[in-house]
Design a protein around this ligand. Structure first.
Ligand code: SF4
Length: 240
């Protein structure tokens, strides 16, 4: 019997997008070439990690941005990060962790959480950075559920009360709350909730994914996204 695959939000999202794509990427291990959007995401994440690291060492936020070196094509994202870190700082949050890799053995999940901040009630708020255009929070609820599960597996004594996406280019938030919204700065940015049904949806997708691996049949999900798919040529010639 083969070992059960450990899942991540990227694996789950790829499976939802197209099971055949999931097979090419994660079963056959055919790596996708990084395109310019992926490279931008990597650069912005690296700079955000550097800034957060300096803040955690006690450096002044204005000095950090004054001395930051970056390619000018990143300008709007750097201004977005400046706003993000000023919001954290001026509203009394502290940075709890940055780019932390967590393995949740009970749920066969792993992942890296971009940044976690803590409020003065010792509650955690998760943020994931995205460099693309802002979209509604509904699209991201699954990955935010996965991040909460990961965080709470590692820190069971702490509550994750909200989770959100920060769009670095636009400087905009999309946030959902795990429970009633309070007076907290970030919670008050949002009226969205993540409820038990969202976690049930994650469980259902995960069950379906493991069933698919057992059956070893990965259905093609044809759609307009196929034209942008790295595996299109391979897929078109694959009649299995
Ligand atoms: S081309 Fe379409 S059907 Fe084929 S793997 Fe890519 S997304 Fe799936």
């Amino acid at each position: 019997m083969t070992d059960k695959m450990t899942l991540s939000k990227s694996k789950i999202n790829t499976f939802i997008e197209c099971p055949r794509k999931f097979k090419y990427r994660y079963i056959d291990e055919i790596s996708e070439e990084a395109n310019k959007y992926m490279l931008l995401g990597i650069e912005v994440h690296e700079i955000a990690e550097e800034i957060a690291g300096e803040l955690m060492e006690g450096n002044e936020i204005d000095d950090i941005f004054l001395n930051l070196e970056y390619d000018e094509k990143l300008e709007e994202h750097i201004r977005g990060l400046e706003k993000f870190f000023h919001d954290i700082h001026s509203n009394g949050y502290e940075i709890f962790s940055v780019e932390e890799y967590i393995v949740d053995e009970d749920n066969d999940l792993n992942g890296i959480v971009d940044i976690v901040i803590r409020n003065n009630r010792n509650e955690l708020i998760i943020f994931d950075y995205k460099t693309g255009s802002p979209r509604a929070i509904g699209k991201y609820k699954l990955e935010l559920c996965v991040y909460k599960m990961l965080l709470e597996s590692k820190y069971p004594e702490l509550d994750v009360v909200s989770a959100g996406i920060y769009f670095t280019g636009a400087g905009e938030y999309r946030i959902a709350n795990f429970g009633p919204a309070g007076a907290d700065y970030f919670k008050s940015q949002s009226k969205e909730d993540i409820v038990d049904g969202d976690f049930d949806y994650v469980d259902g997708v995960v069950d379906n994914l493991y069933d698919t691996i057992d059956r070893n049949y990965y259905k093609k999900k044809r759609g307009f996204l196929c034209r942008y798919c790295f595996y299109k040529e391979m897929c078109d010639g694959d009649f299995g």
